[in-house]
Design a protein around this ligand. Structure first.
Ligand code: CUA
Length: 274
């Protein structure tokens, strides 16, 4: 059979086009790592999201040397936690679910993008090579404030990243001559031990103590100052651990009534990663 040269050329061109189409579709569905929401991440009773071990208090956890798990609640009309902070250069697995309606979880400018369906846990693993800040948006219409549902993902340089939390407690008021006790609680959410120094400034007295907080645990450090050394009046106190700081005020007074009424009052402060 004799095929005309032009016809042959067009036949070959058409075949190449078909191969090209198939290659494009295959690359788009496999090569980019796009997956449909499935039950791989597990299912969850949407009514029990707030009682769930991880989703009741969602956040970042270290599970291996360079491996982190992030639990996120997408709910009307916010992401919890917000902002989310993860280290660069680590494998980060997001687990996202919703206690109410369908939301989206999209990290702007990346291909991290999933539908969040009540009853399903969407799971994605990503590695952010460079530090930076990304927006989080919900891209499924979820109600009147859908357009305001946004958050922030902060990718921190590996050496600056920690999962340290500091909280501090001190009395609001003490009688002259009593001790002022400031108690700092340092929590280390990472797997490695945290060697650090807790510094307390109470009035013009500065105290320091070195602590080692084992991985995934916390340590309490109590600093005491004789209130008569500070004198009557209001005194500021500050507790510092690395980049974290908590502060308050204590009044040293002689009023007997106040002392009896209020000496038990304490100020609680708490702060997560900043
Ligand atoms: Cu949540 Cu739109």
């Amino acid at each position: 059979m004799n095929i005309h040269t032009y016809e042959k050329a067009w036949l070959i061109a058409a075949m190449l086009l078909i191969v090209g189409f198939i290659a494009t579709i295959t690359y788009g569905s496999i090569g980019l790592g796009i997956a449909m929401v499935d039950d791989e991440g597990g299912s969850i009773d949407p009514n029990e999201v707030f009682d769930h071990e991880e989703f009741s208090d969602p956040g970042v956890q270290q599970v291996g040397e360079d491996e982190y798990e992030v639990y996120v609640r997408a709910q009307t009309f916010t992401f919890v936690p917000d902002p989310i902070e993860v280290p660069a250069g680590s494998e980060v697995t997001f687990h996202v679910t919703s206690p109410d309606v369908i939301h989206g979880f999209s990290v702007v400018g990346t291909n991290v993008n999933t539908m969040v369906i009540p009853g399903e846990i969407s799971t994605m693993t990503v590695e952010f090579d460079e530090p930076g800040e990304y927006g989080l948006v919900c891209n499924e219409y979820c109600g009147p404030q859908h357009h305001e549902m946004s958050g922030q993902l902060i990718v921190t340089p590996e050496e600056d990243f920690d999962l340290t939390e500091l909280s501090a407690e001190a009395p609001d008021e003490v009688a002259t001559g009593e001790e002022i006790e400031v108690t700092a609680t340092v929590t280390n959410g990472q797997l490695e031990d945290l060697d650090t120094t807790v510094t307390a400034e109470i009035g013009d007295v500065t105290l320091e103590e070195d602590v080692t907080v084992a991985g995934d645990s916390s340590e309490e450090v109590t600093f005491a100052v004789d209130s008569s050394d500070l004198g009557e009046g209001e005194h500021d106190w500050t507790v510092t651990v690395d980049d974290y700081e908590e502060s308050g005020q204590v009044t040293v007074g002689t009023d007997e009534d106040d002392e009896n009424d209020e000496s038990d009052d304490t100020t609680d402060t708490e702060d997560d990663n900043e």
